[in-house]
Design a protein around this ligand. Structure first.
Ligand SMILES: [Fe+2]
Length: 406
């Protein structure tokens, strides 16, 4: 029977870990708090080193903590990251998203900076500043940068944050042999802009109950007990990260795939490994390609979704074409799987937009931590709750108590 308002709003008979308040997916005030308590404190995967192969190569990055950054490979081959701002008058220093430069020179007054962030030229400096300020008194602000887990470039705005390795912990261990088997190279990079909340994208990547959404997954053996699908285990790691155990995928069952058996070094034939890192990164190794999702929260209902598809540096042109094809069938602009995911995440963004009817968003399936158990989402929201100091089921408890006292 359908529900009236009080029935619809009644709390479900479930522990608070098993449902969420939709405000966590739409409230701009909570989003502003997430920036301070989460986004500015964690490591973000901002690029792959193959995207900056030469000295002077640069690439800009929109950090969700409101920081515009620029990564650049220096004369010493090291990749450094800086705030993309001129310390003179606060102008954007680098306007183009990628390129190669010997120096970074501000268009405004031509203050110029080396690839290591040192100021190397101030036009008419002596005339204007006399001995009060010179090149060595100013420089770009550097951001902590680490290269790891297969050559990815990670950045952290917090100078005092724990190291990348301590934040990831053992979460990527199951994929490390494949990530470090051979030097990788980004084959494709593209973006999507979604009117939804970043956590809903993470949820879609971490829960597999929605394989009912995907025709490709249904045809290639998902939901078929004989493939080992239902014994795939979800494993939670400290910090909100989750990995999903491998399975054997029957690609031949999907007529459009026409897939060759290229595979990936150290990945079992037709294997599939997936790791979701808190708060916004997914490593997805399947067929012959590694897909990296990095979903950058821009607002409570706005996400810049970055996709990378990687192959191997040693690939022949034929191998590269095969990896591109394997990827395109599932995840490319005309593939199936990815776009079905984006449709569902966007639909959630629409239906649970700010001001919509309150509800209880369920993550209550329990199946001994196997593939259709929603333990991954619960694990993620437990970390969110810990960092925010708020329950994801009842995020406004503090404000309610304060209002009652007033
Ligand atoms: Fe999906």
């Amino acid at each position: 029977m359908s529900r009236n308002t009080s029935q619809w709003r009644a709390k479900p008979d479930l522990p608070p870990t098993h449902y969420a308040d939709p405000g966590i997916y739409s409230d701009p005030a909570l989003f502003a708090e997430e920036k301070e308590k989460i986004f500015k404190k964690v490591w973000w995967l901002a690029a792959h080193e193959s995207e900056l192969p030469n000295t002077g190569d640069f690439r800009t990055y929109q950090h969700p903590g409101d920081a515009r950054l620029v990564m650049v490979r220096g004369d010493d081959r090291k990749i450094r990251t800086f705030y993309n701002v001129c310390p003179h008058r606060g102008n954007l220093l680098v306007y183009t998203p990628t390129g190669n430069a010997k120096r970074m020179t501000c268009i405004f007054h031509q203050w110029s900076f080396s690839l290591a962030g040192d100021c190397v030229s101030i036009p008419r400096g002596k005339e204007g500043y006399q001995d009060r300020l010179c090149e060595s008194d100013v420089a770009l602000k550097e951001v902590r940068t680490e290269i790891g887990y297969g050559g990815f470039v990670w950045v952290n705005l917090d100078d005092n944050a724990p190291s990348l390795a301590s934040e990831i912990g053992a979460a990527l261990d199951c994929m490390l042999p494949e990530l470090e088997a051979e030097p990788m190279e980004t084959l494709w990079y593209y973006q999507a802009r979604l009117k939804t909340n970043y956590k809903l994208i993470h949820d879609t990547n971490s829960e597999f109950y929605h394989d009912y959404l995907h025709i490709y997954n249904r045809l290639t053996g998902m939901l078929n007990p004989a493939t080992g699908y239902f014994s795939r285990k979800c494993v939670g790691f400290p910090g909100g990260h989750v990995s999903v155990g491998s399975m054997n995928v029957d690609y031949a069952a999907y007529k459009s795939s026409g897939r060759a058996t290229l595979g990936w070094p150290k990945l079992p034939d037709n294997g599939w490994k997936l790791v979701d890192l808190f708060p916004c990164i997914t490593f997805n190794l399947r067929t012959s390609v590694l897909r990296i999702d990095s979903y950058i929260p821009l607002a409570a209902d706005d996400v810049l979704y970055e996709f990378r598809v990687l192959g191997l540096k040693s690939d022949t042109p034929e191998m590269r074409r095969q990896r591109e094809k394997d990827s395109a069938v599932i995840w490319g602009p005309f593939g199936r799987n990815l776009h079905e995911d984006l449709l569902a995440s966007s639909g959630q963004g629409i239906a649970m937009a700010q001001g919509s009817e309150p509800m209880h968003v369920l993550q209550a399936r329990e199946e001994k931590a196997t593939i259709h158990d929603e333990i991954g989402m619960r694990h993620y929201l437990a970390e969110w709750s810990r960092r925010m100091g708020r329950s994801s089921a009842d995020p406004y408890a503090t404000e309610r108590v304060a209002a009652r006292a007033a």
